[in-house]
Design a protein around this ligand. Structure first.
Ligand code: GDP
Length: 364
């Protein structure tokens, strides 16, 4: 990571004032009293990095501080173009994002790059987060690059990236790019936090196209066939035609937008302007129809439910009284001795008794 502010700053919560916790739901407050809030709104990169460190912390006091900070900053969020980028390792994501980012800062925009890296979840290692990536962009005063938070579940990593995205918006970034690798469920998470989802593909032979996950194609608003240069150029053109035909057979993601396919050479910096033009066209189409706002509302609702489900699962897997029983039930399912439906009912009943709820809340 080339941004020293990202690396070395660890926020001390001692300076923060309001640490009270309450069961009552508090609404968004317009008063930015948290010590980091005003500095983030003023666009201070160091404060932004400190805020993200707070969000990524697993300490309970840091979590409550992060909640306060985010709640206070919420009125300042929502202003950025949120771009999701996915593609398999080696397809050219970091080369492309750096070139796109530099193009955008050249237009006078402030650009933040965040990541959701599923490889950081289990091992703490990272496919995306190596420190030498996007050095040119990382050094630019109008850019901010933050690698994927590591550890926890994919849901946890995605939540921290979503919250970091909000912080970047409060800090006045015009464009936030969220990157992920095209493996596992991380594309779904990233598509669920962006306005437009870019799928990067390498020039491929027809049989590779056959093997491609249809679900990932269905998420794409724009398919970018990268490496359309040199010997790859002809392959890339043919692949683009095949991707167009495949997309044509799918139901459009929206009544106002059908996925496009563009040829790009990130290495030769060709096709970048066209990508930005499509992003703007998509923004105009979904903006004027009201679909973008509706999509963001839906994303917020999905996020809320994801949080509920993740929290329930965490309790069930970690509570000292319940976790051993859950593990035993799971074992019975694995051995074919208990139906998954019966097992689920049993686990939910246990959860309800744990949370002091009436037993009748579980469907029979
Ligand atoms: P990532 O793993 O998806 O982030 O991929 P990288 O950006 O690290 O690129 C992987 C390799 O592909 C590097 O050697 C790049 O130089 C190369 N590469 C990236 N974009 C292009 C391109 O447009 N054309 C060609 N020929 N090579 C590229």
């Amino acid at each position: 990571m080339s941004d020293p502010a990202c690396d070395s700053t660890h926020y001390s919560p001692s300076a923060a004032s309001d640490t009270s916790s309450s069961c009552a739901v508090s609404r968004v407050s317009a008063v930015a009293t948290h010590p980091l809030a005003k500095r983030i709104i003023a666009g201070e990169r160091r404060a932004l990095a400190q805020g993200i460190t707070l969000i990524e912390s697993t300490r309970a006091d840091h979590k409550s501080q992060a909640d306060i900070l985010l709640t206070q900053l919420l009125p300042q969020t929502g202003g950025a173009v949120r771009i999701g980028v996915s593609g398999t390792p080696g397809v050219g994501k970091s080369t492309f994002i750096e070139v796109l980012g530099l193009f955008l800062v050249g237009l006078g925009k402030r650009v933040a790059v965040l990541a959701v890296d599923p490889s950081s979840v289990r091992t703490g290692g990272s496919i995306l987060g190596d420190k030498t990536r996007m050095e040119g962009l990382a050094c630019h005063p109008d850019a901010f690059i933050r690698p994927s938070p590591s550890g926890g579940t994919l849901g946890g990593v995605a939540r921290r990236t979503r919250e970091s995205l909000l912080l970047c918006e409060a800090a006045g970034f015009d464009v936030v790019i969220v990157e992920t690798v095209g493996v596992g469920q991380s594309e779904v998470a990233v598509a669920g936090m962006s306005d437009i989802f870019l799928l990067m593909l390498a020039p491929a032979a027809g049989d590779e196209l056959q093997g491609m996950k249809r679900g990932v194609m269905e998420l794409a608003d724009l398919v970018i066939v990268n490496k359309a240069d040199g010997d790859f150029r002809r392959h890339a053109e043919r692949s683009a035609g095949e991707y167009r035909a495949a997309l044509h057979l799918m139901r459009p993601k929206s009544p106002h937008w059908s996925a496009r396919v563009l040829l790009v050479s990130a290495l030769e910096e060709r096709g970048i302007e066209e990508v930005w033009a499509v992003v703007q066209e998509h923004r105009a189409a979904l903006g004027s129809s009201g679909e973008r706002e509706a999509q963001r509302v839906l994303q917020a609702k999905d996020w809320m439910w994801r949080e509920v489900v993740d929290a329930v699962e965490t309790v069930l897997r970690t509570d000292v009284e319940v976790a051993p029983e859950v593990a035993q039930v799971e074992w019975l399912v694995l051995n074919g001795e208990l139906l998954p439906t019966r097992a689920a009912q049993h686990i939910l009943q246990t959860f309800c008794s744990l949370s002091g709820k009436i037993a009748g809340c579980i469907p029979e």
